[in-house]
Design a protein around this ligand. Structure first.
Ligand code: URA
Length: 442
């Protein structure tokens, strides 16, 4: 392999130069082996964040990160595979109802998930609220569960894209997360190495998302879809609204409860809508587009699959979910309409109450979080409950309340807007009714 100097490559990117395929391969391999130091890779990540990469460079970076580890192969399964990835939001529990719903139609879902950091929750933290549930599965156990149940949600093993694992930890502490080149290569290296046939991406846009504007979200979505297509994975992205939390419950136990409501045919309209939209797209890509997705939420088939999926990983759904010891309800100070409820501020408040973690090694409180009593677009009367905060430690209420300050508006006119500035139509659960803003197909 050609040899390069890390300093010269950093300077080239600093000066807005283009890195060759050989240079990118060399950089990634030598970073994983330790020959390129963390401080050099930090400088490179910052140069990439500031000056960007073209599509060819992003493709090469993704390919090099995939090559740093193992690739899973589900070709031996008797059914097609489809997966979903969300760029992360507040109250985003969709993976929980989605995986069993899609599996209930005969499409296998290998869902490798992560833990929460900062204001966004992690799917594994939510499922660990269920007594006995186990996140860590070997590749063999994962294959067996996919063959027997058709759905698995588990922790990504250390063997998949180790270059991304190392680089993501570095980006997290060097202010270099929000780069389209780095986010897209990070996400797609793991998803391509995971070996799914099709992939649906939920790219969030709004205050609670990485991408605050529709333009940036669309650019990220287009980059992700192109990377998937290049690798032979059928890929679609949906741009979805993350200006206000998804559903009515934010927090680990709370989100499991809401997911079960959806699997039993109920639940808030926005959660049902996004679950059905994503499931329909996954099924379409997997060649099962002509099914009634709603039906399996109503007839118990998706719920039966959920029970099988949880029990296969040791979960005992007969044990009550852990509940918070303390609660505090915020009342409306005026009558009118809830016009805005900021996703980021609700996410930060839930995190401060104990639902999330500040450092990877911190524990989460399963019962902590927030239940919303109304959503933007609904009418409210002074003195009516707006939301209830939950935590195990009453001393955390001050920090939770401070995080919510200025985070919602009650006005005399009903004028909630989604991330595109389009007025939202209130529905019976107060959801926007227009959660999918755009669709980018390969
Ligand atoms: N999720 C990832 O896996 N990687 C990123 O860079 C951002 C979100």
């Amino acid at each position: 392999m050609a040899s390069f100097s890390a300093v010269e490559l950093i300077i080239a990117k600093r000066e807005r130069g283009e890195l060759s395929t050989e240079a990118i391969n060399w950089l990634v391999q030598n970073y994983v082996s330790g020959a390129v130091a963390d401080e050099q890779m930090s400088a490179m990540a910052m140069a990439i964040l500031l000056n960007g990469m073209n599509r060819r460079e992003i493709h090469d970076l993704t390919t090099a990160m995939i090559a740093s580890g193992e690739r899973l192969d589900f070709a031996a399964l008797p059914w097609p595979t489809a997966d979903k990835h969300s760029t992360g939001g507040v109250g985003d529990k969709i993976t929980l109802p989605l995986a069993p719903l899609v599996a209930s139609f005969g499409v296998a879902v290998p869902q490798l998930s992560g833990r929460g950091l900062g204001h966004t929750g992690g799917t594994l933290d939510k499922l660990e609220a269920i007594h006995g549930w186990r996140a860590a599965l070997s590749n063999h156990e994962m294959h067996r569960q996919l063959a027997e149940v058709g759905a698995v949600i588990c922790a990504a093993g250390t063997g998949l894209a180790p270059a991304d694992r190392k680089l993501y930890a570095l980006r997290d502490v060097t202010g270099t997360v929000e780069s389209i080149a780095l986010i897209s290569s990070s996400i797609m290296s793991k998803k391509i190495a995971e070996g799914t046939d099709s992939l649906v991406l939920d790219v969030k846009v709004g205050s609670g998302a990485f991408m605050k504007t529709a333009e940036r979200a669309r650019e990220l979505a287009q980059t992700l879809v192109a990377l998937g297509q290049d690798a032979g994975v059928k890929t679609t992205a949906l741009l979805t609204d993350m200006n206000t939390p998804l559903g009515l419950k934010i927090g680990n136990t709370l989100e499991v409860e809401e997911s079960i409501e959806v699997l039993q045919g109920g639940g808030p309209a926005d959660v049902v809508e996004l679950t059905v939209e994503l499931a329909s797209e996954m099924l379409r890509l997997a060649g099962h587009g002509d099914v009634d997705v709603h039906a399996n939420l109503k007839n118990g088939k998706a719920h039966d699959k959920w029970v099988q999926m949880i029990e296969a990983q040791g979960g005992d759904l007969s044990v009550p979910l852990p509940q918070a010891r303390e609660s505090h309800t915020i009342m409306a100070s005026a009558s009118g309409f809830l016009n805005r409820l900021d996703a980021l501020q609700v996410g930060v408040a839930a995190w401060r109450l104990g639902a999330g973690r500040a450092r990877k090694e911190d524990a989460v409180q399963f019962g902590a979080g927030i239940t919303l009593h109304i959503k933007p677009g609904q009418a409210v009367v002074a003195g009516q409950p707006l939301m209830t905060l939950f935590t195990d430690e009453a001393s955390r209420f001050d920090a939770g309340l401070a995080a919510l300050e200025g985070g919602f508006d009650i006005g005399s006119n009903n004028e909630p807007f989604n991330a595109f500035g389009t007025a939202m139509t209130p529905n019976r659960f107060g959801g926007s009714g227009s959660i999918v803003i755009d669709r980018i197909e390969g």
